[in-house]
Structure formats: structure tokens, C-alpha cells
Design a protein around this ligand. Structure first.
Ligand SMILES: [Zn+2]
Length: 223
């Protein structure tokens, strides 16, 4: 009895932080916001906005930008967001040789792990340019490929009202929305977007949370 009570108490104690982080997307309406091309100078403002709203997101980081802003990359991880590899130089991968592709992916893995202590398990191909060869090489690098269900084209809209309208129109259960934390208008309008999404009942989660333990698996492509 005593042992049982102690065990229950210790489980209750350890379960609290995990429960706060884990949302069951089988039971509630989930949406994954993803931000590519950072870390950039607007990323810290975005991190504050996400924390204030209790929202989690996924950041696909460019290796050379992690080297420029290591502190911001560490903040992303410290605040409980997921991170992925978005190559070292933001290269269009299918145009490159096997060795060049492996370099783009592996060097970024090393940079991100050195800086954050976390080795990515996901990658997103720049410009969405990918093929079977790229996917196989990602698999060799122990990476899953994460695409998206909707892209906002925020980099081309560059307008807070249009970006907000696009995200709200695209939002649907279990969706993955592609945005960029290097687009200032996206970061500016994010408080309004989060407020509306929460009003509509969405839980904003990371990509692994959305996959509900069924991934990411290296060499597989998602969304
Ligand atoms: Zn990109």
C-alpha cells in the first residue's frame, strides 16, 4: 500500500510537465504551424508570441543561419518547439550530386546538434524541391521528410491582412501550414492569427505531436 501510494505520487509528479506538453490529436482539433528559413532577426519576437499563446510550432532551420544566431536556435528548443533540418545553404537539392546533398544535410545536423544539443529527425527540402534520390539520401542521414498541407506564400504576400486571411482560410484539422519566420509581416500578425485559431478550437502543436507516435521515421515522407 505504502509503495503503491509512493509510486502514484511520483507518477503524478513526473506526469505534470509531460501532460502540459502532450496534446492528444486523436481527441482534439490540432494544427501544426511550421516556420522555415530561420533563425532570423524576427524569430525572438515570434517565440514570445507563441509562448504567450501557449502554442507550439516547428522550425526548419538553415544551418548557416544557426551559426549566425546560435542563441536564437537554443531559445527555440528551450521553449519546447520542434526543430528540423532545412539544409546548410538553402539549396535546391535535386540539382546536386549525392555527396553534395549528403553534405548539405549532414553539416546541418552537426551544426544544429552542436548548438542546441538536439539532433533533428526531420528535414524539409528548400522550395519543396525533392525526388526519390533526395528522400533516400535523407533516409541515410536518419531524417524523415516533412512537407506541408498548405503553403501561405507569405514571402510573396508581404502583407499582414493577406497573410492572416490566408492562414485562417487554410486552417483545418491535422493540417501543416508553411510560413517563414524571416518574413516580418508573418511575425507581426501572428498574435491575431493565434487568437483566432484558438477561438476556433485549434490546439497548436509540433509536427511530431501531430504524427501521434506514427513518425517521423527516417526515409519516409509526410504530408
Ligand atoms: Zn526555405
Amino acid at each position: 500500500m505504502v509503495i503503491h501510494a509512493l509510486l502514484a505520487a511520483s507518477l503524478a509528479f513526473t506526469a505534470l510537465p509531460a501532460q502540459a506538453a502532450a496534446v492528444d490529436c486523436a481527441r482534439v482539433k490540432c494544427l501544426a504551424l511550421t516556420f522555415d528559413d530561420g533563425p532570423g532577426k524576427y524569430t525572438p519576437a515570434l517565440l514570445k508570441t507563441l509562448s504567450k499563446a501557449g502554442a507550439k510550432a516547428t522550425f526548419f532551420l538553415v544551418g548557416k543561419r544557426v551559426e549566425e544566431r546560435p542563441e536564437v536556435a537554443r531559445q527555440i528548443v528551450a521553449r519546447g518547439h520542434a526543430i528540423g533540418n532545412h539544409t546548410y545553404s538553402h539549396a535546391s537539392l535535386p540539382a546536386h550530386s549525392d555527396n553534395e546533398i549528403l553534405d548539405e544535410l549532414k553539416v546541418t545536423q552537426e551544426v544544429i546538434e552542436d548548438v542546441t544539443g538536439r539532433r533533428p529527425t526531420m528535414f524539409r527540402p528548400p522550395y519543396g524541391h525533392t525526388d526519390e534520390r533526395v528522400l533516400a539520401l535523407a533516409g541515410q542521414t536518419e531524417l524523415a521528410q516533412i512537407l506541408w498541407t498548405h503553403t501561405t506564400l507569405d514571402w510573396s504576400l508581404r502583407d499582414t491582412k493577406k497573410i492572416k486571411a490566408t492562414v485562417l482560410k487554410q486552417a483545418k484539422r491535422d493540417g501543416v501550414i508553411l510560413m517563414h519566420d524571416v518574413v516580418p509581416q508573418t511575425v507581426q500578425v501572428m498574435p491575431e492569427i493565434l487568437k483566432e485559431l484558438k477561438k476556433r478550437g485549434y490546439h497548436l502543436v509540433t509536427v511530431p505531436a501531430l504524427l501521434r507516435g506514427k513518425g517521423p521515421t527516417p526515409g519516409e515522407s509526410y504530408f
